[in-house]
Design a protein around this ligand. Structure first.
Ligand code: NAD
Length: 313
């Protein structure tokens, strides 16, 4: 079955969705408020271009849309698409609040359509391999996941702070690798650059069951791009670089570096989405995962303002 997907928002990130879905032969239409962008991607990929989601949904027979507009528009775009009867892939963060997230999950359920969220790191080959190692118990029990996601802030103005924009990736990866949601959150966040409406650095401690802990350092300050994870197990340590996709496995005094082909995570993620639609099954990331991450992100902000840990029920 041919899967027809439309992309809403062809900006800094959405243009990659357009390119990859075209390669997957599932790109059916593009949409951007900015008519020059809609036009240029329409011409480049020989698909119809629209300046409103409503117009695209009305004119095209689509199976799904991917929503790559700014976070504050996700809820509106996603509910509109569900109402038109298409499956949705919403870029992270799923919505800007837990309340909207709950309503969106309900809307997807009522429409009987799949909802998935752009937690791309699950599709990054070293993370997929790490998840497999954990399931097989190869390194013993996982104890600590230490994430660093640091880089000077990009040009495009963000309508959410760094926690909902960037830390959410590592929150989701931590939940996915541990296979559960945190029980307690303690965090300190702040803004180093003035004037900034939102926070631009966050240090987050997530306590999971037993002794399992995740420690997340996220900032828009560090000049170079750092995206790493160090996973401490009872039997050794696994270091992952999200950018180079290199994994180093340290056991005793031995370090091994498995060779694995570098693959574009977005290609794996969108192929997974298209395959799930074709096979009529829920994609890997669920709306509930998106909501759990939002709950944790809101607890991060609440913990920082109160200066106390936040216990999640
Ligand atoms: N998964 C990832 O690794 C990753 C990376 C970067 C960004 N993102 C996410 O992608 C989304 C977009 O980020 P970006 O950096 O591309 O932003 P951007 O500002 O570069 O692009 C947004 C685009 O959406 C268009 N737009 C805005 N409102 C619209 C509307 N109502 N209808 C149609 N088009 C509209 C704008 O004209 C613009 O072209 C955000 O949710 C962001 O968090 C995800």
């Amino acid at each position: 079955m041919m899967v027809r997907i439309g992309v809403v928002g062809t900006g800094g990130w959405g243009k990659n969705h357009v390119r990859v879905l075209n390669e997957l032969q599932t790109l059916a239409a593009v949409c951007d408020l900015d008519h020059e962008r809609a036009d240029s991607f329409s011409k480049k990929y020989h698909v119809p271009g629209y300046t409103s989601l409503e117009a695209m949904l009305k004119a095209e027979k689509l199976d799904a849309v991917t929503i790559c507009t700014p976070a504050s528009t996700h809820f509106k775009m996603a509910t509109q698409a569900l109402a038109a009867g298409v499956h949705i892939f919403v870029e992270k963060p799923m919505t800007t609040s837990v309340k909207d997230g709950e309503l969106l999950i309900e809307a997807a359920k009522n429409a009987n359509r799949f909802l998935t969220v752009g937690f791309i790191e699950r599709f990054n080959p070293p993370i997929t391999a790490l998840k497999q190692m954990i399931s097989e118990g190869k390194m013993g029990e996982p104890i600590l996941l230490e994430f660093h996601r640091e880089n000077r802030r990009g040009q495009n103005i963000s309508d959410v702070g760094i926690v909902k924009d960037a830390s959410v990736h590592d929150i989701d990866t931590a939940c996915w690798l541990f296979g559960e949601v945190p029980k307690v959150v303690y965090a300190r966040v702040g803004a180093a650059y003035v004037p900034l409406e939102h926070e631009d650095f966050a240090t987050i401690l997530l306590g999971f069951s037993g002794q399992k802990t995740a420690f997340l350092v996220t900032n828009w300050i560090t000049p170079n791009r750092v995206r790493t994870l160090s996973a401490v197990f009872s039997g050794g340590v696994v270091d992952v670089d999200f950018v180079t996709q290199q994994t180093s496995i340290h056991e005793g005094s031995t370090t091994t570096v498995p060779t694995r082909p570098v693959q574009e995570p977005l290609m794996l993620e969108l192929k997974g989405f298209a395959d799930a639609i074709r096979e009529k099954r829920q994609p890997l990331v669920t709306g509930k995962d998106g909501l759990n991450v939002l709950r944790t992100a809101e607890a991060v902000l609440a913990s920082s303002s109160s200066g106390t840990p936040v216990y999640l029920g």
